[in-house]
Design a protein around this ligand. Sequence first.
Ligand SMILES: Cc1cc2nc3c(=O)[nH]c(=O)nc-3n(C[C@H](O)[C@H](O)[C@H](O)COP(=O)(O)O)c2cc1C
Length: 346
Amino acid sequence: MSQPTQPILPGFKLGKIDINPPIALAPMAGITDLPFRRICRRFGIGLTVTEMIASRAVEQGRERTERMAELDKDESPVSIQIAGSDSKFVVDAAKWAVDHGADFVDINMGCPVKKVVKQVAGSAMLRDESLVARVIDAVVKAVDIPVTLKIRTGWDNQSKNVENIARIAEDNGIQMLTVHGRTRAQMFNGKASWEDIGLAKQAVSIPVIGNGDIIDGESALEMIRQSGCDGVMVGRAVQGNPWVLAEVHAAIMSLPKPEKPSAEEVWAVVHEHMLHLADFHGVKRASKLVRKHVPWYSKGRRGSAEFRSSFQKVFEWDKQIEAAKAYFLSDIHDEEAMSAVRDFAA
Ligand SMILES: Cc1cc2nc3c(=O)[nH]c(=O)nc-3n(C[C@H](O)[C@H](O)[C@H](O)COP(=O)(O)O)c2cc1C
C-alpha cells in the first residue's frame, strides 16, 4: 500500500475555523464577486475573500455595496474585506460584515489605487503606524470574530516597514496577516519580494499568508521555501484559469500535478461562470462582465487574440454564449471555429 502523502503546509486555525488547505483566493475588486468565488472554490482552496468594500460606501448603504458582501450559504471559510482609515466608519463596516455572515473581517492596508490612497486608506496607512494600530485596535474590540489584515511591504523602498506593521498587527489582536511582497510604489511592477514576506513571518507568531506572483504549483512552493509563510494567496493567475488553484493545491498537498483540463472541461467552467454571472448580476450587467472574464479563459490558447477582439463585438447574451461555445469547444481553434465566432459579432 502506498504511504499517505505529507502536505507541505499543515494549515492552521483561525478562531474555531480550520484554514486547510491554507490556500486563499486573493480579493480582486471587480473580479472576485460571488460568481467568481463560486467557480474557484471547487479547485481546492481553503479561504475566499470578497472584493474590497470601502467603509464609507457601507455607511451610504448602496444596493451595490450590499451585493458585494453577499455570500453563498455554504461559502465558508470566507472573509469580507473592508477598507478605510476613520475608525468609526471601519468599525461600523466590520459590524456590518459580521451581520452579513463573514467568518472573518479582513482590513485592507495594501490597496495602491490613487482614489483610495488620497483618503489615507489602503496602502497609504502604512506610512502612519499609529493610525494602523488605532484602526486595528478599534475593529478587534468591536467584533467577536477573528480580524485579519492584508498589507504591502511598505510605502516605497526607502520606507519599507513590513516587520513593524506585522508586530503592530499582532500586538493589537490581528489573527492572520497577508503580505503582498511589493511596496505601494511598485504598484504591480517588478517582482514581489518573497524574502520580505519572510521578514514579516519571522517578526510574528500569527499565521502569515504570502502573496504576489504565484503562477503555478512550483512558484507557490518556492515562495513557501523563501518566506516560510504558513499559507499562500493567488490573485491574477486565477483570472481565466481557476485550474491554477488545483495545481497549487496539488503542490502543497504533495499530490501529483493535475492534468490540464480538456476543451469540454474548460467550456463547462466558462459556461457555468457565465450563467452564475447572469443569475447574480442580471443579464444586462453580465453581458458586460463576460467581455472581461471570457476572453481571459482563452489566454494561451490558439486563436486567443482573434477570439478576444471578435468576442468584444458580440453584445447579445445568447450570441455571447454561442460564440464562446464555438471557440472553447473547438480543439483546434481553426479557421472554421473563428469564423463561427465572427458570425456572432455585430
Ligand atoms: C484587478 C485587481 C483588483 C484587486 N483588488 C484588490 C482588493 O480589492 N483588495 C485587496 O486586498 N487586494 C486587491 N488586489 C491585489 C491582490 O489581492 C493581490 O494582492 C495582488 O494581485 C498580488 O497577487 P498576485 O500576484 O497573485 O496577483 C487586486 C489586484 C488586482 C489585479
